[in-house]
Design a protein around this ligand. Structure first.
Ligand code: CUA
Length: 318
């Protein structure tokens, strides 16, 4: 039983990669510093863990009762100056070392490095139940996938609408989590090579919290410029993202999911009716479109008009 248990645990740990002990490989200078601080602290906590647990096991074996009578007392010891001095001074030294190291790394984690206007860009990241919206400098938006220029300082203004709840923006591999709080502006940044990075919500925010994921697609600047220019006015591609990342968080066409099936719902092609329900919510459904412009809602309806009609099957859940 014990061997089987150990095998299961080890298999899980090895699946997690790099022994399961380290965060995913960092691809941004701030993520690099977070990983370094993590490793620094891991060394101390690892040594302390092995020391304490090892001593515990050694004592259990060495001082077991064996054949001694149950009521026999051990030797009566009063005080040990050397030991008491050690267990006071050592933790102080360890805490001071960890504190100093973290405070040394912290400015490089929280403060974006200085960059010229041509070498940096600012993207607003907005968290809502249960999707992420990215607003680019030209006013263009995308949902679910952020497109960002490579090897440039990308400043992120992380927000949430007043009608929503707290979320936490976390691009695993490009830096730490940062809260998206209604009515508050939080800032973070990254600087990354070309690649696709996984992002997710790091704070329990409701029934579909676990599905509140996104991707950050870092591309050459020319490609980024082309993308944001194409998003300056809302169109079909945005409508499709709205359907995929917003509606489909909770709905399916052909069966009930978190919310009811939508296949035969006339609202999918009724822009006025859809606007009301998106802006104000209804019953269990939050006001997912409280911040959407009419042009954005129009883009969604343009897309939902292309969806197959009357595809609801009964009794099929999940
Ligand atoms: Cu948003 Cu969890």
């Amino acid at each position: 039983m014990l061997a089987a248990g150990c095998a299961l645990v080890l298999a899980g740990v090895s699946l997690a990669g790099n022994g399961g002990l380290l965060p995913p490989s960092p691809h941004s200078p701030n993520a690099d510093r977070i990983t370094r601080a993590y490793i620094f602290i891991l060394v101390f906590t690892g040594v302390i863990f092995l020391g304490v647990e090892g001593t515990l096991i050694a004592f259990i074996v060495k001082y077991r009762r064996g054949k001694r009578p149950r009521d026999q007392d051990g030797p009566q010891i009063h005080g040990s100056t050397r030991l008491e001095f050690l267990w006071t001074v050592l933790p102080v030294v360890i805490l001071a070392a960890i504190g100093s190291f973290v405070f040394y790394e912290l400015p490089g984690i929280t403060n974006a490095p200085p960059a010229s206007a041509a070498d940096s860009t600012t993207i607003t990241v907005q968290g809502q139940q249960f999707y992420w919206t990215f607003i680019y400098p030209n006013g263009g938006i995308s949902i679910g996938t952020m497109i960002a220029p490579e090897n440039e300082v990308v400043n992120e203004n992380v927000v949430a609408p007043l009608t929503d709840v707290n979320h936490s923006w976390w691009i695993v591999g490009l830096g730490g989590k940062i809260d998206a709080i209604p009515g508050r502006l939080n800032k973070t940044w990254f600087k990354a090579p070309v690649g696709v990075y996984v992002a997710r919500c790091g704070e329990l925010c409701g029934i579909q919290h676990a599905k509140m994921t996104a991707h950050v697609d870092v591309v050459p600047r020319a490609q980024y410029e082309k993308f944001i220019a194409s998003r300056k006015t809302p169109g079909m591609p945005l409508g499709k993202e709205m359907w995929q990342y917003v509606c489909m968080s909770c709905h399916r066409l052909d069966h009930a999911f978190v919310g009811p099936a939508l296949g035969d719902n006339p609202l999918l092609t009724d822009e006025a009716g859809l606007t009301t329900i998106l802006r104000h919510g209804v019953g269990m459904m939050p006001a997912v479109g409280s911040t959407w412009t009419q042009a954005e809602i129009h883009a969604l309806v343009e897309y939902t008009k292309t969806l197959p009609k009357g595809t609801v099957s009964s009794g099929n859940q999940g």
